[in-house]
Design a protein around this ligand. Structure first.
Ligand code: GLN
Length: 282
C-alpha cells in the first residue's frame, strides 16, 4: 500500500475484502472499528472524512492493527474496548471479552434483584455483569469474585471508570464471600466450554484466557460447584442465574434439582439454550 494515496473509504473497502477472505467476522464493521481506533476518532467521523488521505503514521498504525486482526487477535483486544449493556468497558487479554448473550444474564438478574437487594457475581472477569447490575440498581449491594487477580484488577479499573459501586473479592467462587452472607441474586458466567471443544473453536478464542473458557471434560466442572454451594448463599426467594453451554440444557437443570432448586432454561437470540434461572423449591 506504500506509494498510493489511502483515504478512509479506500482503506475500508480494501480491508473489508481482505478480512472476508481471511475469514474474519463482520469484515466491514471490524475494519471501521480498527480504523477509528488508529485515527483516535469514532466510526461516524470516518465517513465525514471519507476522502481525507491518511498520514504515514496513521497508515502505519492501521496496517499493524489489520495485520494482527488477520492473524486472529480479537478486535476488542486491539481496540481495548467493548460495549456491554450500554456501557463502554475496557478489555484486554486478562479476561474474557463480554459477549452479547451475557446481556440476557443481566436482564434476568435485574428482574430478580430488588431495588435495595444484594447480588453476587461469580467469575466476574471484566466485571461486566456486576457493573451492569450496580449501575442499573444504584441502591443495591453488588459483590463480585474472580479466581484471577489479573481479571479482578481489570474489573476494578472498569468499575472505577464507570463509577459502579462493586465490592471485588479475589478467590475461588464463593470462597472469599463472608460466611453467612445471603444474596437475592447469584449470577455466574463461568468457564463452561467442554475441553474437547476448545481446540475446534475460532482461533480468536485461543487469545482469551483459558481459565475463563475451559469447563472441564463436560463443561460442567465449575457450574457443578456453583450449583452445589449456591443454596447456602441464596436469600429466601432468591434466584441463581447461570450462563451455560448449549449442551447443558439437560444436565444443568438436573444438577439444580439435586441441589433443591427448581430450574428453567432460557434461549439466547441465536435460539440456543444459554441460561438457567433457578430458585429454591417450595
Ligand atoms: N460464550 C463463550 C464462547 O463460547 C464461552 C464463555 C464461557 O465459557 N463462559 O465463546
Amino acid at each position: 500500500m506504500s506509494t498510493e494515496i489511502w483515504t478512509p473509504l479506500k482503506l475500508l473497502t480494501w480491508t473489508q475484502g481482505y478480512f472476508a477472505r481471511a475469514g474474519v467476522d463482520a469484515p466491514r464493521l471490524t475494519a471501521e472499528l480498527l480504523l477509528a481506533h488508529a485515527l483516535g476518532c469514532d466510526r461516524v467521523r470516518l465517513y465525514l472524512d471519507f476522502d481525507k488521505p491518511l498520514g504515514p503514521d496513521e497508515l502505519a498504525r492501521y496496517r499493524a492493527l489489520v495485520k494482527r486482526r488477520g492473524e486472529g487477535e480479537p478486535t476488542a483486544y486491539l481496540t481495548g474496548a467493548k460495549e456491554f449493556y450500554g456501557h463502554a468497558l475496557r478489555v484486554d487479554a486478562r479476561a474474557l471479552i463480554p459477549r452479547p448473550e451475557t446481556e440476557l444474564l443481566v436482564e434476568a438478574a435485574l428482574a430478580a434483584l430488588p431495588e435495595e437487594g444484594a447480588a453476587l457475581d461469580l467469575c466476574t472477569g471484566t466485571g461486566c455483569v456486576a457493573i451492569a447490575l450496580a449501575l442499573a440498581r444504584p441502591r443495591a449491594r453488588v459483590t463480585a469474585t474472580d479466581l484471577s487477580p489479573e481479571a479482578l484488577a481489570l474489573a476494578a479499573e472498569n468499575a472505577a471508570r464507570l463509577a459502579a459501586p462493586v465490592t471485588l473479592l479475589q478467590g475461588d467462587l464463593f470462597a472469599p464471600v463472608p460466611a453467612g452472607a445471603r444474596f437475592d441474586v447469584l449470577t455466574a458466567n463461568p468457564p463452561y466450554v467442554p475441553t474437547g471443544e476448545l481446540a475446534g473453536l475460532a482461533r480468536e478464542l485461543a487469545r482469551e484466557p483459558r481459565l475463563a473458557l475451559d469447563g472441564g471434560p463436560d463443561g460442567l466442572s465449575v457450574l457443578r460447584r456453583v450449583v452445589a454451594d449456591a443454596p447456602r448463599f441464596l436469600a429466601p426467594g432468591g434466584a441463581l442465574l447461570l450462563e451455560m453451554h448449549e449442551s447443558h440444557a439437560g444436565p444443568l437443570p438436573a444438577l439444580c434439582r439435586e441441589a433443591g432448586l427448581a430450574a428453567e432454561v432460557r434461549r439466547d437470540l441465536a435460539g440456543l439454550p444459554r441460561l438457567v434461572v433457578a430458585r429454591a423449591m417450595g
